[in-house]
Design a protein around this ligand. Structure first.
Ligand code: CTP
Length: 399
């Protein structure tokens, strides 16, 4: 994203305070951010806040910019993306009808950049036919609109009108700004741990947070792929726009994977599947009794190995993960052969800065033909892009 420019237009609604977080996230994603605020917006959040977060002067007035008198023409043409958040009924109406009576509305008349409108207002205002017609008109003209969330609104009512979470606005922005090199590609990702129940309140699980698998799903979505994410229990929010299948046990994950296998070009098994499950799951909570207790465990299906066995019926690029604490490469290589994989991503999970629960990862990518590629320590989203680059190259090379 380095070097790409985003213009954030902030208008006068209570949700304006949330744009501070949005601007912070955009900057964190390596984007250059410029902010234009209407006079109304400055009642809800100060320009200084957004100036500090964006690192750029915030534009609030049409006139008086002696050094940059053409900002109203430049801003909307310089940007790779414009985000109007929150978009009030007023700016939506002005944009739909070509009214230019302040900096932002004038800038929008001259703008050429792709624009994402994020309406946020009272539910009655949002559902008013005038606003709905204006939104429909803007959509027809090629503006992208994120539907507001439903729920409790600042004015005390309940309904549609909440500004979507800034992380969801960021995600949509990154989809617009990314190169869509995975368009037409269906990618299935598994993520997280599985939980194997002992009784209704206890289970056996592992330390997987799901962060690597979710990063893969997010990166693939941004690049235009159709994404199925099959996830064990995690605390993560699935990115909007993916087909999300939550599961708990390895058995459930196996069923979900085989249900969604059809038409997949790439399958990435980042999930940490429990190798064993309790032989019996008690219907009722097991009561305390003897001084010691043994758990009888039976083997779970190896989903990846099953996929490897059926590869001739479902040709696709099969990518596994190898979570290891010793002999990383040797153990990972054995898994490539045993499970008929095209590529395995080997993780040293004993490191503090890589593997389970961390936001960063350093991996070794090992190919079926014996090649090894070591990555430096990177954010998991960057590791995800690297894995997708390599899996895509294998797909493009395959007959
Ligand atoms: N895997 C799977 N089903 C299982 C176990 C593992 O699909 N029952 C997949 C994982 O999603 C991962 C790969 O197999 O992509 C390797 O998992 P890992 O736990 O590293 O290895 P195992 O094959 O389980 O072997 P071991 O635990 O002995 O290292």
């Amino acid at each position: 994203m380095k070097g790409k420019k985003v213009l954030v237009g902030v208008t006068g609604g209570i949700a304006a305070y949330k744009t501070a977080e949005l601007v912070r996230l955009l900057i964190k994603a390596d984007l250059q951010v410029e902010v234009a605020m209407t006079e109304g917006a400055t009642w809800f959040i100060t320009p200084l806040t957004l100036e500090t977060l964006s690192g750029n002067k915030v534009i609030t007035r049409m006139f008086g910019h002696v050094e940059t008198p053409m900002d109203h023409i430049r801003c909307g043409q310089d940007a790779d993306l414009i985000i109007i958040a929150p978009a009030t009924a007023n700016i939506i109406g002005k944009m739909a009808h070509g009214i230019a009576d302040d900096f932002l509305s004038t800038c929008m008349l001259a703008a050429t950049a792709k624009t994402l409108i994020c309406p946020a207002m009272n539910d009655r205002m949002f559902l008013n036919p005038a606003v709905q017609d204006n939104l429909a008109l803007l959509q027809k003209r090629g503006f992208a609109i994120i539907a507001p969330g439903s729920g409790e609104l600042a004015c005390g009512t309940d309904g549609p009108g909440r500004l979507p979470d800034p992380t969801d606005i960021l995600e949509q922005a990154l989809i617009f700004l990314s190169e869509r090199d995975l368009e037409g590609c269906k990618i299935l990702v598994t993520a997280g741990p599985t939980t194997e129940y002992i009784d209704p309140v206890r289970y056996v699980t592992n330390r997987s947070s799901g962060k690597m698998g979710y990063a893969l799903a997010r990166a693939a979505l941004r690049r235009g792929a159709e994404v199925v994410l099959i996830s064990g229990p995690t605390h993560l929010k699935p990115p909007p726009g993916i087909h999300f299948c939550p599961v708990k046990t390895a058995e459930e994950m196996k069923v979900a994977v085989f249900d969604h296998l059809n038409g997949c070009h790439i399958i990435i098994k980042a999930a940490a599947v429990s190798d064993y499950r309790p032989k019996e799951t008690a219907d009722q909570k097991v009561k305390k009794g003897a001084e010691s207790l043994s758990l009888d465990m039976v083997k779970n299906p190896d989903i990846l190995a099953l996929l490897g066995q059926t590869k001739k019926d479902h040709p696709c690029i099969l990518v596994g993960f190898a979570a290891e604490t010793e002999d990383l490469v040797e153990n990972a290589r054995k898994k490539i052969n045993a499970k008929n994989l095209d590529m395995i991503v080997a993780n040293d999970v004993s490191r503090k800065d890589a593997g389970f629960e961390t936001d960063t990862n350093a991996v070794k990518i090992i190919y079926a033909d014996g090649r090894i590629e070591a990555s430096r320590l990177m954010e998991k989203i960057d590791v995800a892009h690297l894995i997708l680059d390599r899996a895509k190259a294998l797909k493009d090379e395959s007959p």
